[in-house]
Design a protein around this ligand. Structure first.
Ligand SMILES: Cc1cc2nc3c(=O)[nH]c(=O)nc-3n(C[C@H](O)[C@H](O)[C@H](O)COP(=O)(O)OP(=O)(O)OC[C@H]3O[C@@H](n4cnc5c(N)ncnc54)[C@H](O)[C@@H]3O)c2cc1C
Ligand code: FES
Length: 283
């Protein structure tokens, strides 16, 4: 649904900005892994496409609020960083398919990198409500870009932090420590959100341990509602056939081992409908 919401609070969290917006309809329908499409630039803007942000938190205040977390990476996020309390924002959401949750109380490792970590706390909350054990592995380039370390320490059974420059936790990447964490906690499942190469690495580790992995991808998006095909990526279906699927509506959450990470940004020749073979191969 589309909501014109009032900005309730703005805050800085190290390298990130967090905006809380009153958006009752979106908060009410939200499930972990959903994202919102935010109009940027105001009425006369040339920035026509909405910008996608994972929902970090929802609260019941004022009928329902949603909070999202971002860093400035271009004109749209720069405009958002200038918003103040009582400004209005045009939001569409909740968008996408959320994370599937296990039926049984299993042990889950939640892996986040950069702002992707912000997506994991509602997942952790939902898992814990089902009796699951939750362990966190969070990482980033440097300490100021590791989002949510304190909250992870409060919520998680264990929390392992990594930074590439060694300024917080262990020096390296989340994928360097993940095998040890999975083995130590005897994890049954992995949930991950972060840049595509990190999701690829996390999936490789989970597959080595033969445990399921759910990844929330951030493929470039334009419409966010399934119309424009900007966000497609090659994903293997239940029937073993690769299809170019829209990450905004069929995702952004996928089973990691189904995403053909090496082929993201291309149409593999054996994908259904691909020029020169896909349709014929699938027929
Ligand atoms: C499902 C999803 C969830 C996301 N969640 C977050 C989040 O929680 N926090 C956060 O900081 N960022 C998030 N992003 C990335 C965020 O959407 C982009 O950083 C933002 O759109 C950049 O806009 P810009 O105008 O500042 O930069 P520009 O680079 O000028 O953006 C121009 C265009 O490219 C698209 N674009 C640029 N970078 C990305 C990207 N990495 N992914 C997708 N589209 C992009 C924009 O939508 C826009 O149409 C998410 C992306 C997706 C797809
Ligand atoms: S962003 Fe337009 S179809 Fe996904």
């Amino acid at each position: 649904m589309q909501v014109t919401g009032t900005v309730l609070t703005t805050r800085r969290v190290d390298a990130y900005h967090a905006l809380t917006v009153v958006a009752p309809g979106i908060a009410e329908r939200f499930r972990p892994g959903h994202f919102v499409g935010v109009a940027v630039g105001g009425a006369q803007t040339s920035m026509l496409t909405r910008r996608a942000f994972f929902v970090h938190d929802v609260k019941p205040d004022y009928g329902g609020t949603v909070e999202f977390v971002f860093s400035v990476s271009g004109p749209g996020t720069a405009w958002l960083a200038d918003r103040r309390a009582r400004d209005t924002l045009d939001l569409v959401g909740p968008l996408g398919r959320p994370f599937p949750l296990p039926r049984d109380p299993v042990t889950c490792v939640l892996v986040g990198a950069e702002h992707g970590s912000a997506t994991l706390f509602t997942v952790a909350d939902a898992l814990q409500r089902r009796g699951c054990r939750v362990d966190f592995v969070l990482g980033a380039a440097s300490a100021d870009r590791v989002f949510g370390a304190l909250r992870a320490r409060r919520m998680g059974e264990t929390t392992t932090l990594t930074t590439e420059d060694g300024s917080l936790g262990m020096r390296g990447r989340v994928t360097d420590v993940l095998p040890g964490v999975i083995a130590d906690v005897r994890a049954d499942a992995v949930y991950a959100c972060g840049p595509m190469p990190m999701l690829h690495g996390v999936t490789t580790v989970a597959v080595e341990f033969d445990i399921p992995v759910q990844v929330a991808v951030e493929e470039r998006m334009a419409c966010g509602i399934g119309v424009c095909m900007t966000c497609v990526l090659p994903v293997i279906g239940d029937d073993g056939v690769t299809r170019m699927v829209r990450s905004c509506v069929e995702g952004p959450v996928f089973r990691g081992e189904r995403v053909r990470f090496d082929d993201v940004g291309t149409i593999p020749f054996d994908a259904l409908g691909a020029p020169g073979g896909g349709t014929r191969n699938a027929g």
